[in-house]
Ligand binder design. Structure first.
Ligand code: ACO
Length: 402
């Protein structure tokens, strides 16, 4: 076969692939994605089936271990995750130090990174037992960390995890309940959030997952690698798009709901305005997650008895874009983020928490990919090349002569 490494050694040539549009950096057996066909499968299982019949914890197990759990495996996994939900009391003091209006994604990545100061035995990525413990700790603690970030923003006391509840129920209770007050979970919300987390659980080599793998390839520990992934997810071109979509819809609403003017601005690339929640590097026909989420948005809003003018604006934007040459020629379709914000909003989450919910969902994927990377025989440090465009050589000029 063709050996690009040999060619480089002989000729000094490197390939330039901006945005890695055509470069596979890894082999992976976790997620199958066919962008032309709109197909997404975790370990071979279609995303539609997992979203309909599975649970988020079951999906996490599947991604990390490669197989769906048996009844016993599932019970043991849930039991283990449940037992690690508490945060060390000292972690609470981190939140005291953050400004009240701190973005929850910044708190999330900081606290996840700080976990590596509490679990110093976990720093060797080749220690299998510690790898397992870090996996469980991250899955168990991220909802607690996320709920504390929300509590910080609203100025309420934290609510400790309750281990008799399911994963999503526990998170919702820690987020929305107040200590010592009655709190009832709405099964519609629990069910919808569980499904949304499943739909976000992995997406092969996206920006945040590649970041996790790249940081991990230096043999940095799992907490450090995943904290980096959370920061990569935050950007508006990636997971931050769910927050940007809602802000875009609110902006259109504030300007009198004029969808046509907004679409024209996008097409004219006025001030770099984009139709947020549209377009994808890999999907060129439709995003299968967006399809499921669009109908979930209708279902959840009507089950919660809520109507939202922003949903009407979103539907009009989509309809307009799908029949416009600009979007058709560029194969721009709604992605996973286009409708999620509307559901999160109906559930009671503020805009700033949307990307945090994405991170909760993506966590098992990051973990699974980190494990796969560390266990790959002969895995090397990630180290892209560059095409140097600067001055080749010049002599130092003393400051008084410049
Ligand atoms: N609105 C308007 N125009 C767009 C959009 C959009 N949302 N997305 C792409 N385009 C245009 C580009 O301007 C470009 O046009 P040109 O050929 O005239 O220059 C063309 O479509 C190709 O776009 P690229 O930027 O080359 O596509 P790329 O694959 O690099 O980017 C991305 C993909 C980042 C998702 C992009 O479509 C985008 O910015 N979308 C909006 C943000 C968003 O929704 N991100 C979430 C992605 S899904 C996820 O991470 C969960």
């Amino acid at each position: 076969g063709f050996d690009i490494g040999k060619l480089r050694a002989e000729t000094g040539l490197v390939t330039l692939d901006s945005g890695y549009g055509n470069t596979a950096a890894y082999k992976s057996a976790i997620t199958y994605l066919d962008g032309e066909g709109g197909i997404l499968r975790y370990r071979g299982y279609p995303i539609e089936q997992l979203a309909e019949h599975g649970t988020f914890l079951e999906t996490a197990y599947l991604l990390i271990h490669g197989e769906l759990p048996t009844v016993d495996q599932q019970a043991a996994f849930k039991d283990e995750v449940t037992r690690h939900t508490l945060l060390h009391e000292d972690v609470k003091r981190f939140y005291d130090g953050f400004p009240r209006d701190a973005h929850p994604m910044a708190m999330l990545s900081s606290v996840v990174s700080a976990l590596s100061t509490f679990y110093q035995d976990s720093h060797n990525p080749f220690d299998e037992e510690q790898r397992h413990l870090s996996t469980i700790r991250l899955l168990a603690k991220l909802p607690t960390i996320a709920a504390y970030a929300y509590k910080k923003a609203v100025g309420h006391p934290v609510v400790y995890p309750r281990n008799d509840l399911g994963y999503v129920e526990n998170f919702l209770r820690m987020t929305f309940s107040v200590p010592a007050a009655e709190f009832e979970l709405d099964p519609v919300v629990v069910n919808a959030l569980d499904k949304l987390l499943i739909l976000h659980a992995d997406h092969e080599q996206n920006c945040s997952t590649s970041t996790v793998r790249l940081v991990g390839s230096s043999q940095a520990n799992m907490f450090a690698s995943i904290s980096a992934g959370i920061n990569a997810l935050w950007g508006p071109l990636h997971g931050g798009a769910n927050q940007s979509v809602l802000e875009m819809l609110q902006g259109i609403q504030a300007s009198g709901s004029d969808v046509d003017t907004f679409i024209r601005k996008v097409k004219d690339k006025e001030d770099g305005v984009k139709l947020m929640g549209f377009g994808h590097r890999v999907y060129k026909n439709f995003d299968p997650r967006a399809k499921i989420i669009k109908s979930a948005a209708h279902d959840v809003l009507s089950a919660l008895g809520k109507s939202d003018e922003l949903l009407d604006i979103a539907l009009r934007l989509e309809e307009h874009a799908l029949s416009d040459d600009y979007f058709v020629e560029r194969k721009l379709y709604p992605n996973v983020d286009f409708y999620t914000g509307l559901i999160y909003r109906a559930m009671g989450f503020p805009n700033s928490m949307f990307t945090v919910l994405f991170a909760l969902g993506r966590l098992p994927g990051w973990i699974a990919q980190w494990h796969e990377m560390i266990k790959e025989p002969g895995s090397r440090i990630g180290r892209p090349r560059q095409i140097y465009t600067g001055v080749v050589e010049r002599d130092y000029v003393p400051i008084e002569s410049r």
